[in-house]
Write a protein that binds this ligand. Structure first.
Ligand code: ZN
Length: 190
């Protein structure tokens, strides 16, 4: 198995001199809110990474296909959001296998990477994950505030966002509302 790579604080090295920031959406796909987010990304010709749950990929295949068709990265967030530090090795391996199969079935490709539910992935668990592991560097707390102003504030207070990985959840209307402000804000910041 390839050696997992954990990049908790920085995005992959930019290939251009332009500033870069990664928008990442966990816990979907959701037929209403993910589509609202995709509408915004499409409008601004922007890309994001979706860390999707295998169980919801199976339930909402059209949403996942649209993520992929718009050039977004589709990655895994496990089958159904179990805490990998608390379940057995065989449960982890079965979860990864089941999620891989649904990605292959619906997208014809493997997840591009893995974000562990709750960010929980101890050193032993890391040895079981056959994909790059991605955490985040800016937590918008969108799941907690459910408020677009609060989400914007968590991002704008950082200042220089070059190289940051922003954590959002694609299952709230407030997060979609914040995305409609965040994308033009980031584009205007270069
Ligand atoms: Zn999650």
């Amino acid at each position: 198995l390839p050696e997992p790579v954990v990049e908790p604080t920085e995005a992959p090295a930019p290939t251009t001199n332009k500033k870069m920031v990664a928008l990442t959406y966990d816990d979907g796909p959701n037929p209403i809110h993910t589509n609202a987010i995709l509408d915004i990304l499409e409008k601004y010709d922007a890309r994001a990474t979706f860390f999707d749950l295998g169980s919801l990929v199976e339930k909402y295949p059209d949403v996942v296909k649209r993520e992929d068709a718009l050039g977004c990265e589709v990655a895994s967030h496990s089958w159904d959001h179990k805490n990998f530090n608390k379940i057995s090795d065989s449960e982890i391996l079965a979860d990864i296998k089941k999620t891989e199969a649904v990605f292959q079935n619906i997208l014809g490709q493997s997840p591009s990477g893995f974000r562990p539910p709750y960010g929980n992935c101890d050193d032993h668990v890391k040895t079981l994950i056959p994909m790059p592991i991605y955490l985040w560097s800016v937590d918008t707390l969108d799941w907690k505030s459910r408020n677009a102003d609060a989400i914007m504030n968590e991002v704008t207070k950082i200042g220089d966002l070059d190289g940051k990985v922003i954590l959002l959840h694609g299952i709230y209307s407030s997060t979609a509302e914040a995305t409609a402000r965040l994308v033009p804000y980031l584009q205007e910041a270069g």
